[in-house]
Ligand binder design. Structure first.
Ligand code: NDP
Length: 295
């Protein structure tokens, strides 16, 4: 029997999308501005195709413009860079997302760094990374933003909380840590070389796990009442011979100790696209010189 409150990422993502739709209406009414998101997909990766389709559908549902640029797998890097430049110069396009992974002959870093930072709705551009860390108005990576929104639903005031982020990747761990620092948490970043990680985690009021190791965080690592946000998505064999998704947190045992916890699936996962839409509305407002509801 779980005792922790289950943080419903699906429901909270729906409220974020509703906020985005309201913001889009406001921007349209007050400034004649309809935010627009362009997604660039190179190649035929089946998972990427599904993501891009979902992103486009949800963009339109929020009242924004959506453009899908599907290029064949053999497209030369120069053509992808030329498309990004065209989108950089298109005033109707406020957000550019290049779906990863790109085919091997294309230098992903070069392509991502060619996106105008003000249109970088993934928040991966070094300029946005810098803006986030120095406290300027930035476009912040989507999964980290979603993780912190979820934490704040059960811990609205994070000031002074001991937060432990497990994982230090550029796309999840580090931006989560930066966001929590901005919320005035005392932040510890644990990683593969951290000593006595169980003890480090046991001191946390808030744990964010972004490791990529199925069910690594055990119930005995969790301080009673702590909030646990599980970013991990791992596909593992199931009892029925099929596969299932699990997080980086051993859910059943941690739920017995934690105060609140995100499930996998249905926790952080649904927040990612919702926060992409939020970033697109924010980018449009920033480019128009209008105060954003989300900045
Ligand atoms: P990375 O592989 O890029 O980073 C993993 C991090 O975990 C590294 O910093 C690594 O440390 C650390 N780590 C590895 N082993 C250990 C260990 N034994 N103890 C402590 N730390 C360890 O992964 P990502 O950040 O890209 O993703 C993390 C998880 O989040 C994955 O499960 C991924 O699928 C999921 N994810 C989910 C998203 C969503 O929408 N919900 C979006 C993006 C990712 P070191 O730096 O020392 O190597």
């Amino acid at each position: 029997m779980s005792e922790a409150k289950v943080i419903d990422g699906k429901a909270i993502a729906a409220t974020v999308r509703a906020d985005v739709a309201a913001e889009v209406k406001r921007l349209q009414a007050s400034h004649g501005l309809t935010p627009g998101l362009a997604v660039v997909l190179v190649g035929e990766d089946p998972a990427s195709k599904v993501y891009v389709k979902n992103k486009a559908a949800q963009t339109v549902e929020c009242g924004m413009n959506s453009w899908e640029h599907k290029l064949p797998a053999e497209t030369p890097e120069a053509d992808v860079l030329a498309l990004v430049q065209k989108l950089n110069n298109d005033p109707a396009c406020h957000g550019i997302l290049v779906q990863l992974p790109l085919p091997k002959h294309i230098n992903s870093e070069k392509v991502l760094n060619s996106i105008n930072p003000d249109k970088d709705v993934d928040g991966f551009h070094p300029v946005n990374v810098g803006r986030l860390w120095i406290g300027e108005n930035a476009l912040v990576p989507c999964t980290p933003t979603g993780s912190v929104i979820l934490a704040k639903t059960v811990m609205p005031d994070l000031k002074g909380a001991n937060a432990v982020v497990i994982g230090r990747s550029n796309i999840v761990g580090k931006p989560v840590a930066a966001l929590l620092l901005r919320e005035h948490c005392t932040v510890t970043i644990a990683h593969s070389r951290t000593k006595n990680i169980e003890d480090v985690v046991r001191a946390a009021d808030l744990v964010v796990a972004a490791v990529g190791i199925p069910e690594m965080v055990k119930g005995s690592w969790i301080k009673p009442g702590a909030v646990v946000i599980d970013v991990g998505i791992n596909r593992v064999p199931a009892e029925n011979g099929k596969t299932k998704l699990v997080g980086d947190v051993a859910y059943e045992e941690c739920a017995k100790v934690a105060g609140a916890i995100t499930p996998v699936p249905g926790g952080v996962g649904p927040m990612t696209i919702a926060c992409l839409l939020r970033n697109t509305a924010q980018a449009a407002a920033m480019q128009a010189g209008v105060k954003s509801a989300f900045a």
